[in-house]
Structure formats: C-alpha cells, structure tokens
Design a protein around this ligand. Structure first.
Ligand code: PEP
Length: 250
C-alpha cells in the first residue's frame, strides 16, 4: 500500500537554535494528518532534532545524504551506520544539488542505495530532468535512465524500502512549478517504468513524491493528481505555517 508523505528538505539552513525553534513551531502546528511528515535538518543538528521530535512521534527526522562506505578515510562524510546509531530510519539520496555540486552520478548513487538498504534505511531517491532536457522533449528518457541506472539492479522486494521523488531541476528553488498535469504525466510514466520491470505490485505500491517549488497555494492541486503521493519540499519547509499548510493539503 502506498503512503502519502510530505518531507521537508532544510538543505544547509538553520543552526542549532533555529532548528530547535522551527521544530517547536512545527510541533505546535502538527496534529493528525493524512500524510507521514518528515524533516531533514543538517547533519550537525540531526541528533538534537531527533531528540526534540521523540515526544509526540508525528514528525520523522531524516538525513539529507550519506556515504556508501561503511567507515574509513572519507573526510567530511557520514555513513549509514552512523545515521542508524542515532535512530535515523530514512535518508534522501540523489538530490539534484548533490548531483550538480558534488558530482554524484547514477553509479555512485547505486552504491549509496545499496549501502542504505543493507542497513535497513528507507531511501527517498531523487531524480529529474534539466530544463534543456524538457525543452528537447527528452524528459522521459532522462528520468527513465536515472531510475534504471541507480535502481534496476535491485530485487523487487527492495522497493518496499524505497520512495521515489521526481524533482524537475528547472522547478527546484526557482519558483517555477511543473503544472499538476506535467507532474501527473511524469509520475504515471515512472509507475509504468516500474511496472514494465517489476510488475504491477511494485508499481502500484510505490510512493512517488513531487518536488519543485511546492507551496501552500499549489499543493492541493498537485497532490490531487492520482499518481502524486506527496511532496519533497525545500523553501516552503522552512516556515512551520507554510509547511503544515502543504501537509494539510492532503
Ligand atoms: C528541493 O530542493 O527538494 C525542493 C523541492 O526545493 P524547493 O521546494 O525550494 O523548490
């Protein structure tokens, strides 16, 4: 059964005090919702965020990234077992900013996905086309190969621990949003791609999030599309009121 999820990616925003303040504001807003709610603070604040959300249990704290190696000489990196050791259960992998600024490739992401799943972490796997790809009409082939290259070596059973996040690069942090119809068309294509390789059970059960300038004003229409199961939210996740207006769009 697929789930509704709204996850806030805080990126490199919020120091310790700001993290604590935003979490208290989120807890004031949070009530019973029809979606799983997640926030991804920076590494340095993960533990305090995890502690601060322990009570109440409605907000899951997740990680923005991890390395594929178990341990070793990888200065500045964090492993799956480190995340697990502080209680983290979910990690975002393949965000377009990681791909663009930190040279992450389908191949390195395949290794990260394997490491995360070996440690029983749930993966929110991000992908999406650039503006030039869409202008050239190549969005489906780009998205299809991102998914195949990083995920199609997996057994069908692995997909119960994977959530997909379609994030057209041209819509991230730009104020441009894919229209609800563009989002639906791509999500339908993604589900069909899964269906072709793994069959209808994996495809129908897959939670597919949309990300790219989701705001309170457009969330309801985007989430109303049949193949859109929630959102990965950047800018609007930094204000408790806006984030919960999006969560409550379900
Ligand atoms: C993101 O970075 O995942 C994202 C969707 O950002 P924004 O909502 O700011 O476009």
């Amino acid at each position: 059964m697929r789930k509704n999820i709204v996850a806030g990616n805080w990126k490199m925003n919020n120091d310790l005090a700001q993290t604590q303040t935003l979490i208290s504001e989120l807890k004031e807003q949070s009530k019973t919702t029809n979606a799983e709610v997640m926030i991804a603070p920076s590494y340095v604040n993960l533990w305090s965020a995890f502690e601060a959300t322990r009570e109440g249990g409605e907000i899951e704290v997740i990680a923005q990234n991890m390395h594929f190696a178990e341990s070793g000489a990888y200065t500045g990196e964090v492993s799956a077992s480190m995340l697990k050791s502080i209680g983290i259960k979910t990690v975002i992998l393949g965000h377009s900013e990681r791909r663009a600024y930190f040279n992450e490739t389908d191949e390195s992401l395949a290794k990260k996905v394997d490491a995360a799943l070996e440690h029983d972490l749930r993966v929110i796997f991000c992908f999406g086309e650039e503006l030039a790809d869409r202008k050239a009409g190549n969005e489906e082939s780009v998205v299809g190969s991102q998914i195949k290259n990083a995920l199609f070596h997996l057994e069908a059973s692995a997909f119960k621990n994977i959530v997909l996040a379609y994030e057209p690069v041209w819509a991230i942090g730009t104020g441009e949003t894919a229209s609800p119809e563009q989002a639906q068309d791509m999500h339908k294509f993604i589900r069909q791609t899964l269906n072709d390789k793994y069959g209808s059970q994996v495809a129908d059960d897959m939670t597919i999030l949309y990300g790219g300038s989701v705001k309170p004003a457009n969330a309801k229409e985007i989430f109303g599309k049949p193949d859109v199961d929630g959102g990965l939210i950047g800018g609007a996740s930094l204000k408790a009121e806006d984030f919960y207006a999006i969560v409550n769009a379900f």
